[in-house]
Design a protein around this ligand. Structure first.
Ligand code: FAD
Length: 344
């Protein structure tokens, strides 16, 4: 691949920029093994939708796994399926739909995120309130370690790889657990007050049949054509309603908006009682926020410039870092939550 095409491989969805020495596109597990054995520094890449700079090479060879995209061995009785690491989440869901099955962990980046990336980041999503994160849906994985050994890992060994962002090995294949597709309905709740919204969220979180609580602040609501107030999407299982798809699509629209506007999306976890403070903080700075109110993982959208990962704020508690003419702020530090860890 010519150097000029490397550019897109030197970013992910964070503001990190890096340098790729070469970009390789293995088609088989054996190809991956050869690449691992031949190269000392490898940057593993799924779809590059990560928000932490984990797939951004720092003078490494990029191992693009998107061509490892086989789906096989669906077991309808045991409700399991085998997938290669490069399979895109939505492609898997489309495949499973014909069998009335689904993987219930749905990240907002569902149209692009790869299964390997979802496993290595232990992705959550809009239904994590009910179904947890990826780790709950993996039976086994096949990994290639730094010595080129291909091994199958299951049960207690999974935690050495799931959520490790590739630092312990390349995930090449996985066997995933599935669920029958469940009828769902969705409704939209509007509120002028963040405090009122918190009470509603806390009440709804107690209900067994609530699978998703997605949140938009006033700025995002306005861009979605809703009234300029807070909104909560409530997804409930058991019955279908005609508006389900239309209402849930608002979540994708929020993502499209942030993408089109070239915002840098942060991925932060907040305790629900700090929600009103975060909303006030963001409103004062014109920072749009949307995200998973059910699990407290929200996405503040920043106007930030790409920067080498080495210049990011670290874990030293710094909350505001000057970057040229913009200030990149860590919202959680200011509202009294922890600073997110940044991968070195
Ligand atoms: C708009 C938006 C919304 C998002 N919403 C969510 C959300 O709801 N929930 C959520 O959890 N995340 C979310 N994300 C973050 C991201 O999409 C997920 O973390 C996703 O799982 C990453 O998948 P990927 O294929 O893009 O991985 P990449 O970005 O390519 O890689 C992510 C990390 O995993 C490593 N990696 C990738 N593939 C492998 C492999 N096969 N073996 C070993 N290591 C590997 C990479 O080196 C890197 O460290 C969102 C991102 C965006 C842009």
């Amino acid at each position: 691949m010519k150097k000029k095409f490397f550019n897109s491989y030197e970013h992910d969805a964070s503001r990190a920029v890096g340098v790729a020495l070469e970009v390789l596109h293995p088609r088989t597990v054996e190809d991956v093994k050869k690449i691992v054995l031949k190269n000392k520094r490898i940057s593993i890449r799924g779809a590059g939708s990560g928000l932490e700079g984990g797939a951004v090479p720092q003078g490494d060879v990029v191992l693009d796994l998107s061509k490892l995209d086989e789906i096989s061995n669906l077991d309808e009785n045991r409700k399991t399926i085998e997938v290669e690491a490069g399979v895109v989440f939505d492609d898997l869901q489309d495949y499973l739909q014909d069998y009335n099955l689904e993987l219930p962990v749905v990240p907002l980046s569902h149209s692009i995120a790869s299964i390997g990336g979802m496993i290595s980041t232990n992705a959550g999503g809009s239904r994590s309130l009910k179904y947890g994160r990826m780790s709950s849906w993996i039976k086994w994985i096949e990994v290639i370690d730094a010595h080129g050994r291909i091994e199958r890992k299951g049960a207690t060994e999974l935690s050495d790889y799931v959520g490790m962002e590739g630092i312990t090995g390349v995930i090449v294949r996985a066997c995933l657990r599935l669920l029958p597709i469940i009828p769902r309905s969705a409704s939209l709740i509007q509120s002028e007050s963040a405090e009122e919204l918190v009470n509603i969220i806390q009440e709804l979180k107690q209900k067994q049949d609530v699978s998703s609580l997605e949140f938009f602040d006033k700025l995002i609501s306005k861009t979605l054509g809703l009234q300029e107030s807070f909104h909560l999407i409530v997804e409930i299982e058991g019955e279908e309603n005609a508006d389900h798809v239309k209402i849930m699509k608002l979540v994708d629209d929020a993502y499209s908006f942030s993408f089109k506007e070239k915002y840098i999306i942060e991925d932060v976890k907040i305790m629900i009682n700090k929600f009103p403070k975060l909303m006030q903080w963001a409103e004062e700075r014109d920072i749009p926020i949307f995200g998973h109110a059910g699990t407290g993982v929200v996405h503040p959208c920043f106007r930030a410039k790409p920067a080498p990962i080495t210049s990011w704020p670290g874990t030293n508690g710094s909350s505001i870092v000057p970057k040229g003419d913009v200030f990149v702020t860590n919202p959680l530090a200011e509202v009294g939550e922890y600073c997110p860890l940044v991968k070195p």
